[in-house]
Design a protein around this ligand. Structure first.
Ligand code: C2E
Ligand code: CA
Ligand code: CA
Length: 380
């Protein structure tokens, strides 16, 4: 952050102002700047942040998106200008343009994060979110033993907002805490409902970076466990690799508490961060989930296949189970089976489904019937 601020200051005039809004967000005020000067400052900022930042032995790269609002064209007061710069910034982020100017035409369909965060909070309170569940299969037996809960938000105006978009808004605005608890509450309730219906399915829930920095989380989760009479053994918590790196001490403490409560801990998107398996081994981790970018094409891409194979072997040697996500074809399934991978998840098996659909699909034994000649037990 300090280096980023230094670089920002270095490309500005003395009469300009740089301020940190919080987290990793900065605002730049350019008095008297017109369209042209704003454009040139944006380019300078992008160039200044393009050089990697050296922190101890690491070379870090900062990805940045800039939104521009002009006064008086886009607004006359600070609030409106900030909001419109925010809309433009979101445009830039979505299209990976680096920077974007506010445009009223696009504003109707573009998503203002400030407004969205407030609506998201309401959506949680009014139960307007929904969970879909994607089956996870034991490769050795073909049994569907688990389902990953994936949150869905159908917004009255924007339609279906992808979780990748609103999760990051939730993280930046603190809405992530109620969101995570809502998801856990729903997922544990769903697991209990399936159990009552005779379907023995574990659930897997995604925890965000912020949740791991929240020391109150384990206590709140314990309350939900008690509420649903749930066995934490049957619940997998997925934590992305990057989450471990930003405040490792608190993350480690929260993970240890969750693990001591009996939850299974899985490292999601494995391979996209920088942690080594040796480092993970010092944490209470039960399994790793190889990122789908290595899996989906591993039947065609030699490098991917090598990475997946090495990861499976190393993980097994360290006593960790391995999940492959993004399994889209029977060729990839066969390879994973040959390599001894434990669990598969992906469109080849099934897309995420609504809870009722998942139950009927499991009961129809469509999956077991399609892959195995003799019917295998579907759950248990
Ligand atoms: P993820 O945890 O890696 O979830 C898997 C994503 O891959 C899901 O997208 C799923 O629909 C998609 N997927 C499943 N099988 C395949 C496949 O065979 N091929 C391909 N190309 N994709 C596949 P989705 O539901 O859009 O979720 C995106 C991300 O949003 C998730 O990635 C997760 O990081 C986040 N997310 C979703 N729900 C939650 C939640 O309740 N809490 C938190 N913190 N994050 C969530
Ligand atoms: Ca996941
Ligand atoms: Ca993943």
């Amino acid at each position: 952050m300090q280096e980023v601020s230094r670089r920002l200051v270095s490309v500005l005039r003395r009469t300009d102002t740089v301020a940190r809004l919080g987290g990793d967000e900065f605002a730049v005020l350019l008095p008297g700047a017109d369209d042209e000067r704003s454009r040139s400052v944006c380019k300078k900022i992008l160039a200044a942040l393009d050089r990697p930042i050296k922190v101890e032995n690491l070379q870090l790269r900062a990805g940045i998106s800039i939104g521009v609002a002009l006064c008086p064209e886009d607004g006359q007061d600070a609030n409106l200008l900030m909001q419109r710069a925010d809309v433009a910034m979101y445009e830039a982020k979505r299209h990976q343009h680096g920077f974007a100017f506010y445009s009223a035409d696009r504003d109707d369909n573009s998503i203002s994060r400030l407004g969205l965060a407030a609506e998201l909070r309401e959506a949680i309170e009014h139960d307007e979110l929904m969970l879909e569940y994607q089956p996870m299969v034991d490769i050795r037996t073909g049994r569907i033993f688990c389902a990953e809960a994936l949150v869905r938000w159908s917004h009255p105006r924007y339609g279906c907002v992808p979780p990748e978009e609103f999760i990051c808004i939730a993280e930046q605005t603190g809405v992530i805490r109620p969101l995570t608890l809502w998801v856990i509450d729903q997922a544990l309730g769903q697991a209990a409902a399936w159990r009552r219906a005779g379907i023995d399915l574990r659930v897997s829930v995604n925890l965000s970076v912020r949740s791991l920095q929240d020391r109150k989380l384990p206590g709140q989760v314990q309350k939900l466990v008690d509420k649903h009479f749930c066995d934490p053994d049957k619940v997998i918590l997925e934590i992305t690799e990057s989450a471990l790196m930003s405040d490792p001490l608190t993350a480690r403490r929260v993970m240890r508490r969750l693990s001591n409560m009996g939850f299974q801990i899985s490292i999601d998107d494995f391979g996209t961060g920088y942690s080594s398996l040796a480092y993970l081994k010092q944490l209470p981790v039960d399994e790793i989930k190889i990122d789908r970018s290595f899996v989906t094409q591993m039947d065609r891409d030699e490098n991917d296949a090598v990475i997946v194979r090495a990861t499976i072997d190393l993980a097994h040697n360290l006593g960790l189970k391995v999940v492959a996500e993004g399994v889209e074809s029977s060729d990839v399934w066969d390879l994973l089976e040959m390599l001894g991978c434990d669990t598969a998840q992906g469109y080849f098996i099934r897309k995420p489904l609504q809870p009722g659909e998942l139950a009927s699909w499991i009961e129809s034994k469509a999956w077991a019937g399609s892959r195995w000649d003799s019917p295998v037990p579907v759950a248990g």
